[in-house]
Ligand binder design. Sequence first.
Ligand SMILES: [Zn+2]
Length: 641
Amino acid sequence: MERMRELVDLLNKYAYQYYVLDEPTVSDVQYDALYNELLALEKESGTVLPDSPTKKIGGDPIKAFTPHVHINKLYSLDKCNSFEELRAWDAKLRQLKADIEYTVEYKLDGLTLCLTYEGGLLKCAATRGNGEVGEDVTAQVLTVKSIPTRIPYNGVVEVQGEGIMRLSAFNKYNETATEPLKNARNGVAGAIRNLDPKVTASRNLDVIFYNVNYLEDGYVPSQEENIKFLKDNRFKTETLFKSSDMEEVISYISKVDRQSLDFLIDGMVIKVNSVALREELGYTEKFPRWAMAYKFEAEETSTKLLDVEWNVGRTGKLTPLAILEAVELCGVTVKRATLNNYGDILRKKVKIGSNVFIRRSNDVIPEILGVAEDFEDSKQILPPTRCPSCGSELYEDGAHIFCPNEENCLPQIIGRLEHFCSKDCMDIRGISESTVTQIVNAFGVKEPTDLYKLTREQIGKLEGFKDKKTENFIASVEKSKSTSLPAFINALGIENVGKKAAKDLAERFRNIDALSVATKEELVTIDEVGDVMADCIVSYFARHKDRIEEFKSLGINPQMEEKQKSEGVFSGLKVVLTGTLSAFSRTVAAKEIEARGGEVTSSVTKLTDLVIVGEDAGSKKAKAEKLGIKTINEQEFLKLL
Ligand SMILES: [Zn+2]
């Protein structure tokens, strides 16, 4: 029992550091080990402590929501849409009180929740409902990893927050969901008001708190203190801005970049900071006089889908582009939106002629979320069968459609060259899309390697290329030969391999020869490399041996500098990992070995010094024994660490 208490406290502390503070202090492996220990003890003893983190996986489905009466009424706020209205509100308040300090917070766009704690334990979670009576959603809210199940404050307290689905969680969910969510707001409402807590858990929700609605012994004197109380009691909060000057408040609001946030906000909330002053200002019939919600322009709207255009990218992938009936969104006229891929069209069930929801996204071009309304004459969107550019027969691979004509399909050639020359790749200056097109048309350049064979005379003949520009171009091409390995790998344009993956691959394989013979099994041991990416890499090098040789003959063969060697128990040893380890993934184990001076290699040879053998080890173990190389099991390995 004592150990259970200890484990619950420890796990809750780690969860707080991870989910609320975003400062993890233990690894997932360590957390999981303690969690499993607790789970076993709970099973053995048949008791589960009230604040046990094992409750967060979601209990059994419930039959219906029961009503919950809030201790204090939850008010809704007066709203405005312009800075003029904010100034008028400020002027009105100043007639009553000259000296006012305001606080400004995000107006989160999710589902309002009210949590009651008693004796330090979460007692109940409820929706806002009509402000006086909400629905009891305790089982659902309990699955939110960031909310505390135990808090330091011991009296009765009701705290108010907004249940949200982070956009990163929303996107991740929609990647694999059979029924994609139309937006993050629907995502959170549908998850909390779902009778099955396991569904809630699967959405990975979060709650951000902003108000202490009731406190048993006394009251919180200001909004600032509200946030401090919440923070002290381990609740997740957001930024709070303070100013006594409405112009400063307005300037702050106009600088808020909601595209940079990982959650939806639909405005900002301005409150009078002092609670004593709030009492003086009082309430109208509906709203408090001391708060105002400033609403942003909508980021979502709907319009008619007129047609779909298919564009060929540098890897041959066809991307559908929706042509829309022009509509205003955030002050911009929108005529096009992205549909990602054919699989996306099928999942979102959009048709030509239907009304669709569109949302402003981080990219220049907005995204289609789903169907708002279908009509009788709406037409199915059919996948193209021939490349719109070169006429080749297309093929499907998963959710995507490809043009196989790598060599002669113009948008692929141009896209490949542009990518190759771009800043994060070979960084060849002075090449714009139009220059690439000029070069392709004039000299029949098809592959990046062809760029290195262009002569001064040829370049000089291009329109707009005077001596200086020609020299710069030639020099920039020459200079690119001494690029770094991560940039070169990125420049190859292997499908699904971006800048970050290129860096990881470079760090692991150190040169292009080693990477080009890497097997899928070796590749997937890198954290960021999944099955799909590994397949793309292997297939790329199988198809392009000649191209790699050609790069080398042109003098392009970057290497990673030797890593600084760490010292430790594995210093100077070549170590091979085989089989499944229970306490680590192989990547983590490899890092632990490297941090102690060892070098981890993939195959057992005469040069191998040590083989660490996990469960179900196969041929490598046999080979090590045959060669007489020392092997140790996981226990012995852990001892060495
Ligand atoms: Zn084509």
